[in-house]
Design a protein around this ligand. Structure first.
Ligand SMILES: [Zn+2]
Length: 262
């Protein structure tokens, strides 16, 4: 399993991606391979900086873990996740799909009222490495406007679907007041049949990040771009297992606590 695995459910025609990647790469003076790396690899800064995870504080303080959840809100699973987080008094970060937020405004309000950080994951979940600048701007601004209207608070963070981006993507995001966010821990929880392999894989990545001195910005999915009610039982149960495991030894943070580390 590769840790840099793209985010869930790429459904775009691969030929279209290859052709578009090639033409954009040519414009940018990069080879197609270099473009693919810069556009999709979570650790690449070639197309501009994005928040992943900072170095952990000195050993006298607890190491840090940011739980982030993508592709919701999901009325079937997000409420259960919110119950788990509330029981443990843990705040998480939610990257919402705008068109799902629009039909689940009460659930979005509940997330915000519970103290979770609400962020932008585009309106329809396209791969922004290959969408036009105009569409990128529309995807981001409509989502920000919708969520801000629901929660009455500013939206400051954005995660590109699949991690897909090119230089104009991050530039447009910053123009709209959005800080681009990627991750440094992901595993295909969206296709998992049970929580154990997801939690076990995440533990390995967290240990590795920590050995290298870094906190962990961990992605799980409480929703799915294909449907607003996608089954996410394994992901939610894995989140519960990870919380139980790390609560005694780690501090759970929301991404705004890391803003000063950029
Ligand atoms: Zn996503």
């Amino acid at each position: 399993m590769r840790d840099n695995e793209q985010e869930s459910q790429v459904v775009i025609d691969p030929i279209q991606i290859a052709e578009t990647a090639e033409s954009i790469a040519a414009l940018a003076g990069l080879s197609a391979g270099a473009f693919a790396y810069a556009a999709m690899w979570p650790a690449s800064n070639l197309f501009g900086p994005a928040l992943r995870a900072p170095r952990n504080p000195p050993a006298s303080a607890l190491p840090q873990l940011a739980l982030t959840f993508d592709d919701g809100p999901n009325p079937a699973w997000t409420p259960q996740l919110l119950d788990i987080l509330a029981r443990h008094e843990i705040r998480a970060t939610f990257f919402l799909i705008g068109q799902f937020a629009a039909i689940q405004s009460k659930l979005v309000q509940r997330m915000h009222t519970a103290g979770h950080l609400i962020a932008n994951h585009t309106w329809t979940h396209p791969n922004l490495a290959i969408t036009s600048a105009a569409r990128t701007r529309e995807e981001l601004s409509s989502t920000t406007e919708e969520i801000q209207q629901i929660i009455g608070a500013p939206i400051r963070y954005f995660r590109p679907p699949y991690g897909g981006r090119r230089p104009s993507t991050l530039q447009i995001a910053r123009e709209l007041g959005l800080e681009p966010v990627l991750w440094n821990a992901i595993t295909p929880d969206w296709s998992a049949k049970s929580p154990e392999p997801v939690a076990a894989r995440m533990q390995k990545i967290i240990t590795r990040n920590q050995t290298r001195g870094y906190a962990t910005n961990l992605v799980l999915h409480d929703g799915g771009q294909a449907s607003p009610t996608e089954n996410r039982s394994a992901s939610i149960a894995a989140a519960a297992q990870l919380i139980e495991h790390y609560k005694p030894t780690h501090r759970f943070v929301t991404l705004d606590e890391w803003q000063s580390t950029l």
